[in-house]
Design a protein. Structure first.
Length: 454
């Protein structure tokens, strides 16, 4: 199950990242296409302005520009200005400021400059100043651009020929290039809304937003599934441990009950035998029998304590008095107590909690060098009672912080491995937790947290 929940989370992350990355790449491509659309639309708008001015005739007037702007509004044009020498002609509302165009140096080709102004594109057509006009040759059209009046016609509709002594105007050379269509516009400013590009960009942004939302929903669902599977895994592990402890409890109860009476008889007779030996006889073997019988009796007592940790009876108790009573069971001379932050009372099962603290203090004394002091502290932390016990030994081996609380797990040759298991069960019956770690200054640190019971 552990690999399945990680697989779900990794798959969701990869799928969500792929969706977002694909949407970002598509949005980038759409943005590039939109830029090309804007440039193409700008060229079409300038060509439409040029054709409209040609159709309306020159010179431009405000009335002509109004008609032209009305005609070009379907293409998104919102402002039009012509800036000849004799003053600007403008229609519409400009977002890019007053109409002002800098002329190019003589001999340069006209250029078109595009800038973004709010939601519009401002197109500025820059042209070089017109060349100075020379006097028109005979027969050429006047400078005002109007065609010459036709010669008078004779009766019958026949056109008169050239006057006597005159000659017809010379034909235009065959290799003369056509006039430059880009030069027939004065300096021009156009503002238009890139409707197609805006619609394309809006669609791309919607797709990116939808992809992000779907990816976020996918990741959220995966995270929820991950947490649910993790909780289920922890619950299954807890149930398995409780079943295991129940089996151990039943077995321990049977063993403790069956061994307790024979051990009591064995210990009593061994003590009597040691006392009955005459002076001068060695009592070493008899005393060894008594010592081993006491050790077995301690083991049976621990087994019974492990089995009987099923219920607790909480009442208001002085938590400092509980620690002092536990220290009296071990050796109060080797225990330094810090009770400055201790509360006046707390809801506890005093006898069971004294058993927990006795196990922790005894383990701390045994893990420390002979004659060294161990440290105990009482305080409150986040509406919980906190007991801390620290030794000055070698600490807990890496990776053993949770294993040491398992039944029958011990690192001492004469230990039974039930003290910490009993302590954890008692603490959990109080709704609290017990944690083991290594202190930064050396030694093992045990923290017992008992939450406040209303």
């Amino acid at each position: 199950m552990r690999w399945s929940r990680w697989g779900i989370l990794i798959t969701a992350i990869l799928m969500g990242s792929g969706m977002v990355l694909s949407a970002v790449v598509s949005h980038s491509r759409v943005h590039h296409i939109s830029e090309n659309l804007v440039r193409g639309q700008a060229q079409l708008v300038i060509e439409a302005v040029r054709q409209g001015l040609r159709d309306l005739g020159m010179p431009p007037t405000s009335a002509k520009l109004e008609r032209l702007l009305t005609h070009l509004q379907e293409q998104g044009v919102r402002y039009l200005a012509l800036v000849p020498r004799d003053g600007p002609f403008e229609v519409g509302t400009a977002l890019g400021g007053p109409p002002s165009v800098e002329l190019l140096p003589h001999g340069m080709e006209p250029e078109t400059v595009l800038t973004e102004v709010g939601s519009r594109i401002r197109v500025v057509v820059r042209v070089p100043p017109p060349p100075p006009q020379a006097a028109p040759p005979p027969g050429a059209p006047p400078l005002n651009g109007e065609p010459p009046s036709p010669p008078p016609r004779e009766a019958g509709g026949f056109q008169r020929g050239p006057p006597p002594g005159g000659s017809p105007p010379p034909p235009a050379p065959a290799n003369q290039p056509p006039p430059n269509r880009r030069r027939d516009l004065p300096p021009t400013i156009v503002e238009f809304e890139p409707l197609m590009a805006q619609e394309l960009e809006a669609g791309s942004r919607r797709s990116l937003l939808i992809s992000s939302i779907v990816a976020l929903a996918l990741l959220t669902g995966a995270a929820i599934a991950f947490r649910w599977l993790k909780g289920r895994e922890a619950l299954e592990a807890k149930l398995a441990r409780e079943r295991h402890l129940a089996v151990l409890g039943e077995m321990s109860a049977v063993l403790a009950h069956e061994l307790r009476n024979p051990l009591a008889s064995l210990k009593g007779h061994a003590q009597l035998l040691a006392e009955a030996l005459p002076e001068g006889r060695s009592r070493t073997k008899a005393e060894r029998v008594v010592k081993e019988a006491l050790r077995l009796e301690d083991l049976t007592s621990s087994l019974l304590a492990f089995v009987r940790t099923g219920t607790i009876q909480r009442q208001e108790t002085d938590p400092v008095a509980v620690v002092r009573a536990a220290a009296e069971e071990v050796d109060p001379r080797l225990i330094e107590l810090d009770a400055q932050g201790a509360p006046a009372s707390w809801s506890l099962d005093a006898a069971r909690m004294q058993q927990v603290l006795s196990n922790l203090l005894r383990n701390a004394v045994q893990a420390s060098p002979a004659g060294s002091s161990v440290f105990a502290r009482i305080a409150t932390e986040e509406q919980a009672l906190l007991y801390e016990v620290r030794d000055v030994g070698s600490g807990i081996p890496p990776g053993q912080e949770n294993v040491i609380f398992e039944p029958f797990h011990t690192g001492r040759p004469l230990g039974n491995g039930l003290g910490l298991a009993v302590a954890r069960r008692v603490v959990e019956l109080h709704g609290g937790s017990i944690r083991a770690s290594n202190h930064p200054e050396g030694g093992a640190l045990f923290r017992v947290r008992i939450p406040f019971a209303a």
